[in-house]
Design a protein around this ligand. Structure first.
Ligand code: DOR
Ligand code: ZN
Ligand code: ZN
Length: 445
């Protein structure tokens, strides 16, 4: 006896789907968690019909770089709270980094994450570490981890300083057809730096992190991938020099992909002292906030204005394939300390979509490019062949956006447990009002 099929008809929305190269009014028929049909004026009988006149339908965003803190640091974020934040921001799949406690360097931790994720509203995809304990010495058992459900490998938070180990990791990851996501940083040059080495670090006496710290390591990583003829993914590009290395490698045919975060696309080193962003802030923001802000501290750091311009250009031309948040929750008291003592990291799941839309509003990206960077490209990198686009047969993962809705970023309203956003007080336009995963409405506002 077959179970009754559940169906949902989305009528009259504007579908923007890079995978099908569609931008226009379409009806979308979802049956049993999958897209059944996409056409204008569909005449079908459905269990539920939602009229989306004036609203947009986008494939669910896919974030290949988040930190969920469980196991071990549940006070910062749990798999559940992180997934709630994800769907509130239009993300239907999120891949979570291995720097938990214990580190996700063995099958038991990967299975634990998947078990916890069963009740989560978004798809949670575990990324396993590259090296045991992320110590950069011994390779993890990649085969075991793939079998347990790891979708990628990364020691994110740290580089893999040993080039021979990185070589082996690239070779094995390629054998298993899983991406290797590299946090590129030369540790000696990074040293005890806390912000970008430039105008603000010099003016405020804060230890600097030169762009060179990422550029040297990106160059090394690309050279290894090129030599081995395998693919590699570079996390959170922050500098113009890093962009140029990736651009040149792509031009030579190296299989390198790269991501940029919304914070690196919108903020520069001046965010450390907030002042430069006064014009972007809503008038309700109090002047007392205009002092140093540890929510501008992350790794890699916010760089100079010319770096931001280079990242935007690279995102538009496709040198940067993906927008990823690097959602890095920290508890409020951990950030409420002297700048140099604060942990690196900011959250991003609940602001990324509206910021990506702002790139479109500012004329830096087309809508279809934005959807490609948020859904199609990350699905391709993670090898999710039934997600990233809403073509018939694909999973019914999507978001419904009100493009006209204006809102002010207020961390108190986040689903995330954490509040450490650098975008507090920003007035943004475009809001996710519904998120659907596998055909089920998992978020509604
Ligand atoms: O800012 C960051 N925070 N960068 C990283 O690479 C790690 C992350 C974290 O885990 O907090
Ligand atoms: Zn990182
Ligand atoms: Zn990260």
């Amino acid at each position: 006896m077959s179970e009754k099929k559940s169906s949902l008809l989305l009528k009259n929305g504007r579908l923007i789907d890079a995978g099908q190269n569609l931008d226009g009014k379409f009806d979308i028929f979802l049956v049993d968690g999958k897209v059944k049909e996409v056409a204008s004026d569909l005449d079908v009988v459905a269990d539920q019909v939602i009229d989306l006149d004036g609203l947009w339908v986008l494939p669910g965003a896919i974030d290949l770089h988040v930190h969920l803190r469980e196991p071990g640091y549940e006070y910062k974020e749990t798999i559940l709270s992180g997934a709630e934040a994800a769907v509130a921001g239009g993300f239907t799949s999120i891949a979570c980094m291995a720097n938990t406690y214990p580190i996700n360097d063995n099958a038991a931790v990967t299975r634990f994450i998947l078990e916890q994720a069963r009740s989560a509203p978004a798809k949670v995809l575990p990324i396993a570490a590259i090296s045991k304990g992320m110590q950069g010495e011994v390779l993890v058992e990649m085969g075991d981890l793939v079998e347990a459900g790891a979708v990628a490998f990364s020691d994110d938070g740290k580089t893999v300083p040993n080039s021979k180990l990185l070589r082996h990791a690239l070779e094995y990851a390629s054998l298993f057809d899983k991406p290797l996501l590299c946090h590129c940083q030369d540790d000696a040059l990074f040293a005890d730096g806390v912000i970008h080495e430039g105008m603000i670090s010099a003016g405020h006496g804060l230890a600097g992190i030169p762009s060179l710290a990422e550029e040297i390591d990106i160059a090394r990583t690309i050279m290894l991938a090129e030599y081995l003829k395998v693919s590699v993914h570079i996390c959170h590009l922050s500098s113009r020099g890093g962009v140029e290395l990736v651009r040149a490698a792509k031009a030579r045919g190296v299989r390198v992909t790269a991501e940029a975060t919304p914070h690196h696309l919108f903020l520069d080193e001046r965010a450390v002292v907030d002042l430069a962003y006064r014009e972007a802030l809503d008038e309700t923001v109090k002047p007392s906030m205009l002092c140093y802000n540890t929510n501008s501290k992350m790794s890699p750091p916010l760089r100079a204005a010319e770096d931001v311009a280079a990242l935007r250009q690279a995102l538009a031309e496709g040198t940067i394939d993906v927008v990823a948040t690097d959602h890095a929750p920290h508890e409020a008291t951990e950030k409420a300390v002297e700048y140099s003592l604060a942990p690196f990291g900011v959250i991003g799941l609940e602001t990324a979509l509206a910021l990506a839309l702002r790139l479109v509003q500012e004329g830096d990206l087309t809508l279809l490019q934005m959807v490609a960077r948020m859904s199609l490209a990350p699905a391709a990198i993670l090898g999710l062949d039934d997600r990233g686009t809403l073509a018939p047969g694909m999973a019914a993962d999507l978001m419904i956006v009100d493009p006209e809705r204006e809102w002010v970023v207020d961390p108190a309203k986040f689903q995330s447990k954490a509040r450490n956003t650098p975008f507090t007080g920003w007035r943004l336009k475009g809001r996710v009002i519904k998120t659907i995963v596998d055909g089920r409405v998992v978020f509604s506002s």
